[in-house]
Design a protein around this ligand. Structure first.
Ligand SMILES: *Cc1c(COP(=O)(O)O)cnc(C)c1O
Length: 444
C-alpha cells in the first residue's frame, strides 16, 4: 500500500465505527455461518488466493475496506455502479421514495416510468416486465421463448454466463468457470439435455447444430459481447449471422444484455451494432445498485406472459418502488450525461498503458476493450472463444491481481471477469491505475 493511499485510508478509519472488525476476523466469523463465507462464490477469492477484504463503505470509484485501506475499484459491484458508488442522485431518489414506503404489492407509478425509460432507450423493447435479478430475467425470457415457439431446446455459447439458471449452467462463464464448475452439480441431465452448447464466433458450428435441431430450438441466448469469460469481442458480422439464422428458422434471439445494457451505449449492444434481438434480458445498471432485473422485447412475444397469455411469471417484490426509483435515477443520468464518448477514451488509455507495458516486458498480453469494459488475457493470440480463454495464462493474471491489490487497485478476483470503468473514475484514478498495472506487469 503506497503512502498516499495509506494516509487517505487513515482519514477513513476515523469515520469507521468498529476497528476490531478486520477483514480476516469478519471472514472467520462468516465462514462459520455462510458456505465459504460469501453469498456469491467469486467473492471468496478462491482463484486468486488469500482471503477477501470486506468493504465498509464505497464512494465514487473507491472502496474503503474494514482494514482501513482505500482501493480504486474496477469491479464496480460487477457492473451496476456505472455512476460510481453511492451516487448522490441515486441516493437522493431512494431517500425520496423511502418516505412513501418500501413495497406496496400493487402497481405503483415508478413501474410505469421505468417501463417508459426502457422502451425509449433499448431499441428492440416494445414491452417489458420487471423482476429482481439478471438470473430471473434470463430464466423468464427462456420460458417465454419456449411458450411462444412451443419448442423445448435452447442454444447457448460456451463461456457465456446467464445467471444460475439450471438449463443455462452448462459450459457457463463467470464464477462457475472461475471455480471449476462450468457444469454445476444438482442439475438433472434431462434438463441439461435441452441445452445445446456451441463455440462463440464459429458460424459453422452453429450451422451444424441447426441442420440437425432447428425445428426444436426455441431460443438462441447470447451475451452479444461475452463478458463473463474475460471479455470476448464478436467477429464482424457474427451477431448479424445469429440474427439471420434465428429469423430463418423461427427461433427467438435473446440478447442477454444484463452486463452490456446501458453500458456499451444507452441502448446496449443492440444500439451500438444496430442488430435487433427478439427478447432482451437486463439487470445490473438498471437497478442503480439495488436488486433489479428486467426482460422485454416484441409486444407479440411479451403478450404471451400471464395475465394475458399462458406463460407464468411473477414476483412479490418485482417493480419494488425503491429499486425502481434507484434505477430510474441511474438511467436518466445516463441519458442526460452521455458518458459513452468519455468511456471510449478512458478505456483506450488503460488499454494502451497495459499493451505498452507488456511490449516493454516482452510478455504476450491481449487486452480486449470496448468502451468502459476491458479484460486481460496473458495469451499469444487474440481470445475469440471459451477454449482460447481457458488456455490463457491465468496464473499471470493472478500475479497481477495481487500486485495491483497491494498497490491500491482492485481488479476482479478472477481472470474470467471483466473490468469496468465508471463515470466516477477521474483522470487521476485512471492514471494511477495505469501506472500500477504497468508496474505490475514489469515486475513479473
Ligand atoms: C450478472 C449476469 C447475469 C446474472 O445476473 P444476477 O443479477 O447476478 O442474477 C446474467 N447474465 C449476464 C450477462 C450477467 O453478466
Amino acid at each position: 500500500m503506497c503512502g498516499v493511499l495509506r494516509l487517505r485510508a487513515m482519514d477513513n478509519q476515523q469515520q469507521s465505527t468498529n476497528h476490531s472488525r478486520s477483514s480476516s476476523q469478519l471472514f472467520e466469523r462468516a465462514k462459520q455461518l455462510i458456505p465459504g463465507g460469501v453469498n456469491s462464490p467469486v467473492r471468496a477469492f478462491r482463484s486468486v488466493g488469500g482471503s477477501p477484504f470486506f468493504t465498509e463503505r464505497a464512494s465514487g470509484a473507491h472502496l474503503y475496506t474494514a482494514d482501513g485501506n482505500e482501493l480504486i475499484d474496477f469491479v464496480c459491484t460487477w457492473g451496476p455502479a456505472i455512476h460510481g458508488h453511492n451516487d448522490p442522485d441515486i441516493a437522493a431518489a431512494i431517500g425520496k421514495a423511502l418516505k412513501n414506503g418500501t413495497s406496496f404489492g400493487t402497481p405503483n407509478p415508478y413501474e410505469v416510468e421505468m417501463a417508459e425509460l426502457i422502451v425509449d432507450m433499448v431499441p428492440s423493447v416494445e414491452k417489458v416486465r420487471m423482476c429482481n435479478s439478471g438470473t430471473e430475467a434470463t430464466m423468464s425470457a427462456i420460458r417465454l421463448a419456449r411458450g411462444y415457439t412451443k419448442r423445448d431446446k435452447i442454444i447457448k455459447f460456451a463461456g457465456c454466463y446467464h445467471g444460475h439458471v439450471d438449463s443455462l449452467l452448462v459450459k457457463a462463464g463467470s464464477g462457475a468457470l472461475t471455480l471449476g464448475y462450468p457444469d454445476s452439480a444438482g442439475i438433472p441431465s434431462s434438463f441439461a439435455a435441452e441445452t445445446i452448447v456451441v463455440e462463440f464466433n464459429d458460424p459453422d458450428a452453429l450451422r451444424a447444430v441447426l441442420n440437425e435441431h432447428a425445428a426444436n430450438v426455441a431460443a438462441i441466448i447470447v451475451e452479444p459481447f461475452p463478458a463473463n469469460c474475460g471479455l470476448i469481442l464478436p467477429d464482424a458480422h457474427y451477431l448479424a449471422f445469429l440474427r439471420d439464422q434465428c429469423t430463418q428458422h423461427g427461433i427467438v434471439l435473446i440478447f442477454d444484455e444484463v452486463m452490456t445494457g446501458f453500458r456499451l451505449a444507452a441502448g446496449g449492444v443492440q444500439e451500438r451494432v444496430g442488430i435487433t434481438p427478439d427478447l432482451t434480458a437486463l439487470g445490473k445498471i438498471i437497478g442503480g445498485g439495488l436488486p433489479v432485473g428486467a426482460f422485454g422485447g416484441k409486444a407479440e412475444i411479451m403478450d404471451y406472459l400471464a395475465p394475458l397469455g399462458p406463460v407464468y411469471q411473477a414476483g412479490t417484490l418485482s417493480g419494488n418502488p425503491l429499486a425502481m426509483a434507484a434505477g430510474i435515477a441511474a438511467l436518466k443520468k445516463l441519458k442526460t450525461n452521455n458518458p459513452y464518448p468519455l468511456f471510449e477514451k478512458l478505456g483506450m488509455t488503460i488499454r494502451n498503458a497495459l499493451i505498452n507495458a507488456a511490449i516493454e516486458k516482452g510478455m504476450p498480453l491481449q487486452v480486449p476493450q470496448v468502451g468502459s469494459m476491458f479484460a486481460l488475457f496473458f495469451s499469444e493470440s487474440p481470445v475469440r472463444n471459451y477454449t482460447d480463454a481457458i488456455n490463457s495464462h491465468t496464473e499471470r493474471f493472478t500475479q497481477l491481481f495481487r500486485y495491483a491489490l497491494d498497490h491500491g487497485v482492485y481488479l476482479p478476483p478472477s481472470a474470467y471477469e471483466t473490468c469496468f470503468i465508471c463515470t466516477a473514475h477521474d483522470g487521476s484514478d485512471i492514471e494511477r491505475a495505469a501506472e500500477v498495472l504497468a508496474a505490475g506487469i514489469k515486475a513479473m
